[in-house]
Design a protein around this ligand. Structure first.
Ligand code: ATR
Length: 500
């Protein structure tokens, strides 16, 4: 099983030792990143392993390999030699590992390491993406007896993660090795280090205020709270979240994994930011994934790859859930179900028959909302910036529609018992502002904002200040995730109180 290693990127030895105390119960080992230390501290490293009281990797990473060290090779070698010198027969006082780059071959250093039981990690950092000749690079890296080869690749697309999984799943897992895909697209290689046969998983001390040593490193607390820590192992069922880079910060992994954990299911859910749907689907076969959620911008693109679709998917024209079946991926849409459950709770009713409602927006989320409002019997209209999209969505359900701004005021005033905001305006990472800043609340409207991050958009704040009953999209997120959980597992999403 991969060891959990904390990368210490403090400026001083004392800061690093403090951080270790914070994480001690969560980690197996640490890496002292000498290149992050202030210059005068870089020579005070010899006693660090004894003070740390756990296995330590000694690393002095050059800038050209993605580190911070730029004082030249002479000084770097002195630091490495200093770290390995005066080695103690009591091995716990020595560095357990030293990271030496693939192009550094100094016999004296290697000999010193071997003599006093310091394992050599032979590393290569491919900052410009996957090497074209991966097999040759790996053969060279792993050819030296007794050393642990380490490959770190800055992933340029989900296809790089696929290549890494494909290449390493075909090699014996008994071989000791470390493989990391850096960056957003490599996120899955970090979470699934045991699937890669990687011996060490590197983590940042972000919650202690430390910088990550490499892009994509997770804090061990996040790993434990969101991704079930080091529990998951090959053989567990895997589920994914397919979408843009924002999926890494999504609340969905926390929701699904908490559900799996409460029931005791050997299952793990993780995000896959993807730029290439085909490469993602190949990776989904390779792992294999049992199901996945789909979010922006893949909800429509996935349609052509589904073996079958639910009536909601056809009606809404978007799929947010794919489940593996004998004939391929079955597509579902739980957004409408989630909205329906959440809006009825919010309105404190079991039907919206006759309720005058307005949908702001005409994108994927709006289509699910329009479908649900239509089913619930509301008298809804559609207002959207792009008028032809508003018209297309509204006419499908024989609803009135308008473009944004002045002309819409009239329509909104006639449909203001329930306002459902579905655009990305006000969302974290989306266009800033309030999509209907031209509308003045009377205080009697109910506002349903589908955005949940931030918890309060400018629109939601304005509605609350005007005295409106208002909610964000958290309830909808939970309800649609519960419906997905049912599709994935065949079980009800467990309430938090059932946690053992
Ligand atoms: P989703 O699947 O999350 O609904 P989408 O299909 O891309 O995403 O739809 C985004 C919605 O936000 C659309 O209604 C879009 O309006 P347009 O159809 O006019 O593009 C709306 N939107 C995005 N940026 C906006 C902005 N700056 N002002 C107003 N509406 C905006």
């Amino acid at each position: 099983m991969a060891k959990t290693c904390l990368c210490l990127t403090g400026k001083t030895i004392a800061q690093n030792l403090n951080a270790l105390e914070h994480y001690r119960n969560r980690i197996d080992m640490c890496e002292l990143r000498v290149d992050f230390l202030e210059a005068q501290e870089q020579f005070l490293i010899r006693s660090f392993p004894e003070k740390a009281g756990m296995p330590v990797i000694l690393t002095v990473r050059r800038r050209t390999d993605g580190g911070r060290f730029d004082s030249g090779e002479g000084v770097r070698l002195v630091i490495l030699a200093k770290g390995l010198a005066y080695a103690d027969v009591e091995r716990r006082k020595n560095f357990a590992y030293v990271d030496i780059e693939h192009d550094l071959h100094i016999q004296a250093i290697e000999e010193a390491a071997r003599t006093f039981g310091t394992r050599i990690i032979r590393s290569i950092h491919c900052l410009n993406g996957l090497p074209a000749n991966l097999p040759a690079v790996w053969d060279d890296l792993s050819s030296r007896q007794g050393e642990i080869p380490k490959l770190s690749v800055q992933t340029k697309g989900i296809g790089d993660a696929e290549t890494l999984f494909r290449f390493f799943s075909a090699r014996p897992h008994e071989e000791e090795r470390i493989i990391t895909g850096m960056g957003d697209y490599g996120f899955c290689t970090r979470i699934l280090s045991d699937w890669m046969g990687s011996a060490i998983r590197y983590h940042s001390a972000a919650k202690a205020g430390f910088e990550p040593a490499a892009p994509g490193q997770l804090d061990p607390f996040t790993m434990a709270e969101v991704y079930r820590g080091s529990e998951p192992k090959p053989g567990w069922y895997l589920y994914g979240l397919l979408g843009g880079p924002a999926v890494i910060g999504s609340l969905s992994p926390g929701l699904h994994n908490a559900g799996f954990s409460r029931i005791g299911l050997p299952s793990l859910y993780l995000p896959f930011p993807a730029d290439d749907l085909d490469a993602f689907l190949r990776l989904a076969e390779l792992l294999p994934l049992k199901g996945f959620s789909v979010t922006v911008p893949m909800k429509e693109r996935i349609l052509a790859r589904l073996a079958e679709r639910s009536p909601e998917v056809d009606e809404i024209g978007a799929c947010n859930t794919a489940v593996r079946t004998a004939i391929g991926w079955s597509g579902y849409n739980t957004d409408a179900v989630g909205f329906r459950k959440s809006v009825l709770e919010f309105m404190g009713t079991s039907s919206l028959r006759g309720v005058k409602a307005c949908i702001i927006g005409a994108g994927g989320a709006a289509r699910a909302v329009a479908y649900a409002l239509h089913e619930l019997g509301a008298k809804a209209c559609v207002i959207n910036r792009n008028m032809s999209k508003a018209k297309r969505l509204a006419e499908h359900y024989a609803m009135p529609w308008a473009g944004m701004a002045e002309k819409a005021v009239d329509l909104l005033e006639r449909h203001n018992e329930l306002i459902v905001q579905t655009t990305s305006v006000g969302m974290e990472g989306g266009p800033p502002g309030d999509p209907i800043d031209w509308y003045e609340f009377t205080g009697s409207e109910a506002l349903f904002e589908t955005i949940y991050n931030p918890a309060e958009t400018p629109l939601l704040k304005r509605a609350r200040e005007a005295g409106c009953k208002a909610t964000n999209g958290l309830g909808m997120l939970h309800a649609q995730a519960a419906a997905q959980f049912r599709l994935f597992t065949g079980m009800e999403y467990p309430a938090a109180s059932s946690q053992s």
